[in-house]
Design a protein around this ligand. Structure first.
Ligand code: KIV
Length: 272
């Protein structure tokens, strides 16, 4: 049974703000390809994030840094062809918006024009304020991302919980306010204490979507391959696995190999 309070033909940035106002939690999941996006969209996930986590999940890189703008556009355009209901948000990858605000705008425009995505996401606070403003001025909706920001992993050195110290928590709160004031339509808060995330969610009017940020926020996001248990070496406390697809897929593929080797596949009905 669906717990949605209202049916949305197409979720928009405005729908998300309405959901927050109406106390309806927002569901967000990643997808990077057509087939997965079809399934995610048909399950009524509100927001599909074409995350730069594609760099890890799809391409096998250790970090999100190597993925390029062209590669993000390729993933996003596959998702756009599949999804009929969800709002599609596309990460601007590392190196495509940090150097100056004009470059940031050019990257955002390429994503919107070439992939057909509906909004972009960027990591960081006051440091990238000018870029965010320039993108917003061009009419492109922007989602912020604070807390654990994987594009800065080499600056922090670890993937542990962020903003436990008072000064970092204060900066995060100021950054969230700044993103709201600049005009961002939502903010992802990644891997921060639940109490702090709840405080931020209560202090701004735009939706706060958490990943490892507790239940006091306006919505949740996970990487779909983690939720489905296709990845099995990544086991953070915040992750709930709904399936163990790694095992199920491995068993199915091993069975196929055995069937081919033993001449069981194809059988008489499986040929012309
Ligand atoms: O790239 C990604 O998948 C993300 C989520 C973890 C929020 O940014």
């Amino acid at each position: 049974m669906s717990t949605a309070k209202k049916e949305y033909k197409r979720v928009t940035v405005k729908s998300l703000v309405d959901m927050k106002k109406n106390g309806e939690k927002i569901s967000m999941l990643t997808a990077y390809d057509y087939s997965m996006a079809k399934i995610v969209d048909a399950a009524n996930v509100d927001v599909i994030l074409v995350g730069d986590s594609a760099s890890n999940v799809m391409a096998g890189h250790e970090t999100t840094l190597p993925i390029t703008l062209d590669q993000m556009i390729y993933h996003a355009s596959s998702v756009v062809r599949a999804a009929k209901r969800a709002l599609i948000v596309v990460d601007i990858p590392f190196g495509s918006y940090q150097s100056d605000s004009k470059e940031a705008l050019r990257s955002a425009i390429r994503i919107m024009k070439e992939s057909g995505g509906h909004a972009v996401k960027v990591e960081g606070g006051v440091e990238i304020k000018e870029s965010i403003k320039r993108i917003l001025n061009a009419g492109i909706p922007v989602m912020g991302h604070l807390g654990l920001t994987p594009q800065s992993i080499y600056k922090f050195g670890t993937y542990t919980v962020r903003a436990k110290e008072k000064h970092e928590a204060e900066k995060l709160k100021e950054d969230a306010k700044m993103l709201e004031k600049a005009g961002c339509f939502a903010i992802v808060l990644e891997k921060i204490p639940a109490k702090l995330a709840k405080e931020v969610a209560e202090s701004v009017s735009i939706p706060i979507i958490g990943i490892g940020a507790g239940n006091g926020v306006d919505g949740q996001v996970l990487v779909v391959h983690d939720l489905l248990g296709m990845t099995h070496e990544f086991n953070p406390r915040f992750l709930r696995r709904y399936l163990n697809l790694y095992e199920d897929m491995s068993n199915a593929i091993s069975q196929y190999v055995d069937d081919v080797k033993s001449c069981d596949f194809p059988n008489d009905e499986e040929q012309y």
